[in-house]
Design a protein around this ligand. Structure first.
Ligand SMILES: *[C@@H]1O[C@H](CO)[C@@H](O)[C@H](O)[C@H]1NC(C)=O
Ligand SMILES: *[C@@H]1O[C@H](CO)[C@@H](O)[C@H](O)[C@H]1NC(C)=O
Ligand SMILES: *[C@@H]1O[C@H](CO)[C@@H](O)[C@H](O)[C@H]1NC(C)=O
Length: 212
């Protein structure tokens, strides 16, 4: 009985997250001749699309950085207008040049059970001109309920994305079947949290250890 309750609660939460029918989009054309070194540095989330409709990633910034131990991905956000939060991952760099925009981010959860400790998620660059905009998405699929989740970042080097860049940035969304009208503009008037409590936490964009 208890197992059934737990399982149905689990299915309930999973079905809130995975809402789009079927598998993740396939054969998606990513940014050609992607140059990761030009992509490093700081990006602001100017618009986003989250297929579960939640706004868990307000005032988000992404910092991509190289260190002697590898390339790192730092996503920060403002939680409930109160706290700064960030999540760190390692950036997995593809070996083949043709796959250059086909990045993954890998999180290590030290306090998780061993088989859930290391989790890798796609981080695919659809388009970028490196100096103004970038369009990136992640997708997770649940074989259990045959649905997927998509998160899209329209990133901007500056706090405000100019209209020409926005137009270029939304073009490739058709590749993944996302309607640009569904993009949510970042409300930058609300990005100074009350407490500067900078804590490393779980990411909000990559929620389930795959595969489920
Ligand atoms: C991640 O980024 C946030 C906000 O930009 C910063 O405050 C934090 O120190 C960074 N964390 C690391 C480990 O670099
Ligand atoms: C993000 O902002 C929206 C409104 O702008 C708010 O409704 C939502 O609760 C915020 N989310 C978090 C996790 O702070
Ligand atoms: C990214 O993850 C996919 C699926 O797990 C894997 O096939 C691919 O090799 C990974 N890419 C890199 C650069 O690690």
């Amino acid at each position: 009985m208890l197992t059934i309750v737990i399982l149905s609660l689990f299915l309930y939460s999973v079905s809130g997250y995975f809402t789009l029918p079927g598998k993740c989009p396939e054969n998606v054309a990513l940014q050609k001749d992607f140059k990761l070194p030009d992509f490093y540095g700081k990006w602001h989330q100017a618009y986003h699309y989250s297929s579960d409709g939640l706004m868990m990633n307000n005032c988000s910034k992404l910092i991509l950085d190289t260190k002697p131990s590898g390339a790192y991905w730092n996503q920060s956000r403002v939680d409930r207008g109160l706290f700064h939060r960030y999540s760190m991952a390692k950036l997995d760099i593809p070996i083949r040049i043709e796959d250059a925009a086909n990045l993954n981010v890998t999180f290590t959860f030290h306090d998780a059970p061993r088989r859930l400790r290391v989790r890798s998620y796609p981080f695919r660059v659809l388009a970028t001109n490196y100096n103004y905009y970038a369009t990136v998405y992640t997708c997770q699929y649940s074989s259990l309920i045959d649905k997927h989740f998509i998160y899209v970042w329209i990133l901007s080097r500056n706090l405000i994305l100019n209209d020409v860049s926005l137009e270029l940035a939304v073009k490739p969304l058709s590749e993944i079947g996302v309607d640009s009208k569904k993009l949510v503009k970042e409300d930058i008037s609300n990005c100074s949290p009350k407490y500067y409590d900078d804590v490393n936490t779980k990411p909000t964009t990559f929620r389930y250890p795959v595969p489920i």
